[in-house]
Design a protein around this ligand. Structure first.
Ligand code: BTN
Length: 268
């Protein structure tokens, strides 16, 4: 094992995971650069779980910095990849659906999944996010960050506590519930993909006007219709014309009339 893996651990968290009947290897650290990097360095046979109280270089999708308070959940679950072709882009949506179901059952909060990887409150504030990476050793790394109690100082964020006022399960318990559910249903995802009906219950922004960006570049604008089984986002981009998008960032802040005009009377 590398020197990094010898960093200070949190035995209490590791013990709590065992008490939750989490029978796979667990590594809980006081501080790491990123649980994603640590999960890469631990060359174990998946499944295994990495948790941290702090990350000095947490990252989000598209290389964005992910700064989170100490009490926020920061986990990476490693799963095996048997067939890369079955790993659809939509996997982060699937993880989002699993998380929303668990949190509905435990603290009765209605969360939304914003394509392709955000966990949102019903009012559109960010509660957390999912980061999917793969390694050359055929491991799938599922990174999850969730604001449990404190609210990070980014625009438009919230936390589970501020949404519900309820005691939110601590990181080891939450991580155990999420990891158990993902391990138990991973094969179903690989064989069946995402249930469009399940997603429709929690999908954020269906029927709303949106712009899709690739970095800062506008890729497309239209009315967000939902997703395909593969997890592509579907937009009505012109009258009776739909376009599917595999990757990008959705923004729902565009002016409705301006967009309607663009769809009904395209200029070029
Ligand atoms: C996003 O919204 O862009 C995804 C955020 C994912 C953050 C989590 S925190 C645990 C894991 N380690 C990281 O560095 N990132 C993910």
């Amino acid at each position: 094992m590398s020197d990094n893996v010898k960093q200070a651990r949190i035995p209490q968290w590791e013990q709590e995971l065992k008490e939750q009947k989490f029978s796979w290897p667990v590594f809980a650290f006081e501080e790491v650069a990123s649980t994603m990097d640590m999960a890469r360095e631990l060359l174990l046979t998946p499944p295994y779980l990495v948790l941290a109280r702090r990350q000095s270089h947490g990252r989000g999708r598209s290389g964005k910095v992910w700064n989170a308070p100490d009490d926020a959940l920061k986990m990476t679950l490693a799963l095996p990849i048997h067939d890369r072709t079955k790993l659809a882009e939509g996997f982060s949506l699937y993880v989002g659906i699993v998380i929303t179901k668990i949190l509905k059952a435990t603290i009765n909060v209605d969360l939304k999944v914003k394509w392709p990887n955000d966990i949102f409150s019903a009012a559109g504030k960010k509660v957390g996010g999912v980061l999917i990476e793969t390694t050359s050793e055929n491991r799938l790394l599922i990174g999850i960050g969730l604001n449990t109690i404190s609210i990070p100082t980014i625009r438009e964020a919230t936390s589970l506590y501020s949404l519900t006022g309820k005691t939110v399960p601590e990181s080891p318990l939450l991580a155990s519930q999420i990891a158990h559910a993902l391990i138990a249903t991973y094969q179903d995802f690989l064989s069946e993909g995402i249930s469009k009906a399940e997603w429709a219950k929690v999908g954020y922004g269906i029927g709303k006007h949106a712009r899709v960006y690739d970095g800062d570049a506008l890729k497309l604008q239209g009315v967000f219709q939902g997703i395909t089984e593969k997890g592509e986002a579907v937009f009505e981009t012109a009258h009776d014309v739909t376009t599917n998008i595999v990757s990008g960032t959705l923004r729902f802040d565009c002016d409705r009339d301006e967009l309607h005009e663009a769809i009904l009377h395209p200029s070029g």
